[in-house]
Design a protein around this ligand. Structure first.
Ligand SMILES: [Zn+2]
Length: 87
């Protein structure tokens, strides 16, 4: 978990390390490999982006620029088809 908080599954964004040592949204189907979660909100993404070092649930360290790139992707995606509508 990116911030240590808990939340309902639908409030979370699931992601995983990709083959190029970046981060990518995890597909809905196919639960291969380790994945990590972030809440679907800006405050949580901010915190994730400014941390450094290990992402425990991925057992991998992720540098700042990779985090920043991923958070930018999340922001772009917000409101798009990937996340659906807020209830
Ligand atoms: Zn959070």
């Amino acid at each position: 978990m990116g911030c240590g908080e808990r939340g309902a599954q639908r409030e979370l964004v699931r992601f995983q390390a990709d083959s190029r040592s970046g981060l990518a949204l995890a597909p809905e189907s196919g639960r291969r490999g380790r994945s990590a979660y972030l809440h679907r909100r800006e405050s949580c993404w901010q915190r994730f982006a400014t941390r450094k070092g290990l992402v425990r649930s991925l057992r991998r360290s992720v540098d700042r620029s990779t985090r920043g790139t991923f958070v930018a992707l999340l922001r772009e995606d917000e409101g798009g088809t990937q996340f659906g509508k807020e209830e």
